[in-house]
Ligand binder design. Structure first.
Ligand code: PLP
Length: 506
């Protein structure tokens, strides 16, 4: 007993910000787990221990109660408190190696991971920074009408209906599904009723759900080459084998050999190919739909940012042309409003509505009904359309500023590709240039871009940088581009070469 209280007295730090109760509890738990206090040992009475440690008896009583509630000790009225026997059952778990023979944990966690986990982490595309010039795919969240949102939100919270605080079975908040179906019919020519809409946390989750419900491990999916690394990762992590299909100016362009092996799933971005930016032609759309009908292929249409089209009106969706119910349409509020909202939607064929409603509940326990209710009001009151309209003008101006800066500095030595829509364009680099190296050097210099290389599954066909303009305030475009241009010049044209103007390049 004396030894225990001496040891505890030496460890307790009464001047620490950590309460004495918590310190004492942790010390006693540690003493029991390490065997310093053997099973069956009788603990000193609370009065004695409190006196030895110079602390309140109530503190010790609370600690003993907690130890008893967690199974570390057994107390019986009258006879005292004893350390419980909590040693693992050696018949069940085998002998534990002693401290001297225990393997030193490997610093590299690969051995802990599954094969698909290793692949996911090895090929991860996610960036540690998500904001700043020229982060692609990010809207200007500083322009989001947060006051309006907060007003709608506080009105809802003031008289909150308990139904809004539960899980959200049934595919999500009905008024939101109605508002979205109206919006999608008008803005994207999607053919749908509110029932066909399933609210998710975004396109990642929509793809994950579709793949789990419609494909089996080992099934094949066509993906565009190049394609969005995030969608690729979601498919691969579900055990789907990827078949990269080339794209040209008209979008997905399968070869004879591809057509001979129909996949289970085809994941496409027809309105704005990601990342190169072309539009799938009507002929290719019809061919893909017919092929899907004949071979029972599920088409996942990722329509992630096509509201932002600059020269012309937004283009109609592929889903709107589908007469055979082979298209699962997925969209996101991340680019329209702000990515951290984590809200998206999918439109599924009528006969699959119940399947997807049950699937989303079963796998993810959906919720956020209150956020969904705010969003429903935001859309119904017209704020979504006016925000999108305002952002389209703003992003259009920023895009033009950046294109002008590129042209002024490099003439047509560096092509700008896929700039008709979206939040980024691809700045082409000469073939001898390693876009990953340029990306790393520009990151060092304080400017974020993404290398085209990381979007190819097979051999890289073109060199380039995904350059986002939407989230960069006008006044920051020129200075940030000057930094990027210096890095590009050094790597693309040699450290000593001078800026190439249109005249020099011509
Ligand atoms: C083509 C494409 N699809 C989907 C997403 C992500 O969508 P969400 O944030 O809704 O999961 C992105 C994000 O950059 C994207 O570029």
């Amino acid at each position: 007993m004396v030894i225990l209280s001496d040891w505890l007295a030496a460890q307790l730090d009464k001047a620490s910000a950590e309460p004495v109760y918590r310190q004492l509890l942790q010390l006693m738990q540690q003493a029991i787990l390490t065997g310093q206090l053997a099973p069956g040992t009788k603990l000193p009475s609370s009065r004695l221990l409190a006196g030895d440690l110079g602390i309140a008896r109530n503190t010790v009583l609370h600690v003993y109660d907690q130890l008893s509630a967690e199974g570390y000790v057994l107390s019986s009225t009258g006879s005292g408190t004893y350390v419980a026997d909590t040693r693992p059952d050696s018949a069940a778990v085998g002998a534990r190696p002693d401290a001297t023979t225990r393997a030193v944990p490997e610093p590299n966690p690969r051995g802990d991971m599954s094969m698909r986990g290793q692949r996911l982490i090895d090929e991860a595309g996610v960036s540690a920074r998500q904001w700043g010039a020229f982060m692609p795919g990010v809207p200007d969240v500083a322009e989001f009408p947060s006051r309006t949102w907060s007003r709608l939100q506080s009105r809802l919270w003031k008289s909150v209906n308990p139904e809004l605080l539960t899980y959200a079975p049934g595919g999500g908040y009905r008024p939101l599904r109605r508002a979205l179906s109206d919006y999608l019919r008008v803005a994207r020519s999607v053919r749908c009723s509110p029932d066909q809409i399933i609210i998710t946390t975004g396109i990642h989750q929509s793809i994950d759900l579709a793949v789990r419900l419609l494909a089996d491990i080992g099934d094949r999916a066509w993906v565009e080459e190049p394609c969005y690394w995030g969608a690729r990762s979601v498919l691969q992590a579900s055990g789907i084998k990827l078949a990269p299909i080339p794209v040209d100016n008209e979008g997905l362009n399968p070869r004879e050999s591809d057509l001979r092996h129909p996949p289970r799933i085809a994941l496409v971005t027809p309105s704005h190919q990601y990342p190169l930016g072309m539009v799938m032609s009507l002929a290719r759309r019809r061919t893909l739909l017919e092929y899907a009908r004949q071979h029972k292929v599920w088409i996942i249409e990722d329509d992630y940012d096509s509201e932002f089209r600059y020269g012309s009106r937004p283009l109609a969706s592929l889903q709107g042309l589908d007469d055979s119910d082979r298209v699962i349409y997925v969209g996101s509020l991340g680019k329209l409003l702000f990515p951290g909202l984590r809200m998206g939607y999918m439109v599924v064929p009528e006969r699959l509505v119940d399947v997807f409603r049950t699937g989303v509940s079963e796998l993810y326990r959906e919720g956020q009904l209150i956020q969904q209710a705010v969003l429903a009001e935001f859309i119904m009151d017209g704020y979504l359309t006016s925000h999108v309209r305002r952002m389209r003008t703003l992003y259009g101006e920023r895009r033009q500023l950046l294109i002008d800066a590129v042209t002024q500095r490099f003439g047509d030595a560096l092509p700008v590709m896929g700039d008709e829509a979206g939040l980024h364009f691809v700045l082409g680099l000469p073939d001898h240039c390693d876009d990953r190296v340029v990306t790393a050097a520009s990151y060092e210099a304080g400017v974020i871009v993404r290398p085209l290389a990381s979007y190819y599954l097979g051999k890289q066909q073109r060199k380039g940088l995904l350059t986002g303009y939407a989230c960069v305030a006008q006044e920051n475009i020129a200075p940030a581009f000057a930094t990027l241009a210096r890095v590009i010049e050094e790597h693309a044209f040699g450290p000593k070469s001078k800026p190439r103007t249109r005249e020099r390049a011509a």
